[in-house]
Design a protein around this ligand. Structure first.
Ligand SMILES: Cc1cc2nc3c(=O)[nH]c(=O)nc-3n(C[C@H](O)[C@H](O)[C@H](O)COP(=O)(O)OP(=O)(O)OC[C@H]3O[C@@H](n4cnc5c(N)ncnc54)[C@H](O)[C@@H]3O)c2cc1C
Length: 450
């Protein structure tokens, strides 16, 4: 079926040939039908990737949303196996009342297990727990030749590590088995600390290593003595309390896309000042995990506020020895440009070895923020930021990207050549095409006929 699909950044609709299997048994034949009809295929979860990594323009898209069955959940040891289309929100509904929580979560619960594996997503606890992929025990990968590969750290390990963070290019992940972490409450104990300069962020991060979750919001327009001022948040699961899968309260919505971006210089400046000075910026108390991990999920379609031209997200990581200087440099350039957004995240990653060949996180500091799409002006600024990241020896996150130059991608991902050996020849994405990458052949070892 022809359908236009838009990524989370709303940078424009892309035409696809789409199939949406309702059962796992339907996935392989529909994948084969798509590749016969249009030559290439890509799995698509909840479409929370900002750029083009979940799109395959003019090719086939296999939407996994209806593959959402839980196969097994061991309440005693917290191991869950489910279809790859199950979302984290649906997973919580099953596991939280029984005292188990996902070991790593991104900043939205509206992602599928398959999407979380394919981008090897990270959360606020990277410094203690690594990435989502570190907690994957096994996965079932359907290749376009019809074989089902059962991959785990000790079974077909090369394909396993290529699929974790493999951008959906190694095949269709049909199911995932993960290790959850025990919790005794759905509440979080949280401390928010206001800081007046980005240098203080690094001190607070160093002082907070015994907190499992840390992250900072930054005012991207502040300059001079207030450069990178913000609010540092740290949290842990509360020791006792209710086990509620969802916070109560209404969910707001942006009902339609306004004709222009609601986030311009004056509104952004006013929002940032109000957010920085709000009483909650210095807070110690409890809240449901929804409020701590997923503040944006409370507003349905928040991505519409950027207007019909959409927005770019920019997420980079720079190594520890240059992080202070590089982050200062990035924030100085952003503040001088007068553009950016109220959604700016700064976080230190830990030094756990990556779970996947192409995993984004590496030791250092990551900065993520949105930019309304003002055409060349925005692209020029992002190219300027690229130069800082490149000189620092950093990298950008493909899940957030819609424009990075191929050269920067290649420089940032040294395992690229090893990864290419595992790409399924029928799988392709707009991101991969844009990077000018072609499959280098396939690894057929260890196939298991389903
Ligand atoms: C508000 C918000 C906050 C976010 N916060 C974070 C964060 O803190 N950390 C972080 O790491 N990311 C974050 N992200 C990005 C998001 O977590 C990732 O883009 C995630 O991969 C999206 O999952 P999805 O199910 O929507 O997958 P999609 O966006 O639909 O697809 C993502 C990739 O996964 C592949 N894929 C999906 N399903 C399968 C499958 N079954 N088999 C094979 N490949 C598959 C696709 O081909 C594509 O390459 C955030 C996004 C938003 C919108």
């Amino acid at each position: 079926m022809r359908q236009t699909i838009t990524s989370w950044g709303n940078l424009g609709p892309v035409d696809h040939d789409v199939e949406t299997p309702g059962f796992r048994d339907e996935a392989a034949p529909l994948m084969a039908a798509l590749t016969t009809r249009v030559g290439t295929v890509l799995a698509h979860g909840l479409g929370r990737s900002y750029g083009d990594s979940a799109l395959n323009g003019q090719g086939g898209l296999l939407i996994t949303r209806r593959l959402d069955r839980c196969h097994a959940f061991d309440h005693a040891d917290g191991v869950l196996r489910a279809d790859a289309g199950l979302s984290l929100a649906e997973l919580h509904a099953i596991t939280v009342p029984r005292g188990w929580f996902v070991a790593v979560t991104p900043g939205t619960k509206f992602v599928t297990l398959g999407g979380a594996v394919a981008n090897d997503v990270h959360g606020k606890n990277h410094h203690v727990a690594g990435t989502f992929g570190h907690h994957v025990r096994a996965l079932g990968l359907r290749r376009s030749d019809g074989t089902l590969r059962i991959c785990a750290p000790d079974s077909d390990p090369d394909l396993f590590h290529a699929t974790i963070g493999g951008l959906g290019l190694t095949g269709l992940i049909e199911w995932v088995e993960i290790q959850l972490q025990p919790i005794t409450s759905s509440d979080m104990e949280v401390e928010n600390i206001r800081f007046d300069h980005v240098d203080r962020f690094f001190d607070l991060a160093a002082e907070s290593l015994d907190w499992p979750y840390t992250v900072a919001w930054v005012d991207c327009l502040s300059q001079g003595a207030s450069l990178g001022r913000g609010v540092f948040s740290r949290g842990r699961h509360a020791a006792a309390g209710p086990l509620a899968a969802k916070a109560g309260g209404p969910r707001l919505a942006v009902p339609l896309t306004p004709p222009f971006s609601l986030l311009n210089g004056p509104t952004l400046r006013a929002f940032n000042a109000a957010y920085y000075n709000r009483p909650g910026a210095t807070f110690a108390g409890r809240c449901h995990f929804d409020g701590f991990f997923y503040p944006l999920d409370g507003v349905h379609h928040w991505n519409r506020v950027y207007g019909p031209k959409g927005f770019y997200q920019y997420q980079c990581v720079v190594p520890p020895h240059v992080a202070r200087d590089a982050v200062r440099d990035l924030l100085t350039r952003i503040a001088a440009s007068g553009t950016g957004s109220c959604l700016v995240v700064l976080k230190n990653f830990g030094d756990r070895p990556p779970a996947g060949l192409m995993s984004f996180p590496m030791p250092g500091t990551t900065l993520a923020l949105d930019f309304p799409n003002h055409g060349t002006r925005t692209l020029d600024l992002l190219a300027d930021l690229d130069r800082v990241v490149d000189a620092a020896g950093g990298r950008l996150y493909p899940a957030k990207d819609a424009r990075m130059p191929s050269r920067l991608f290649q420089a940032g991902y040294p395992a690229l050549a090893a990864f290419k050996r595992h790409i399924d020849p029928a799988f392709m994405s707009d991101f991969w095409r844009r990077m000018g990458q072609a499959p280098h052949g396939t690894d057929q070892a260890g196939s298991e006929q389903a």
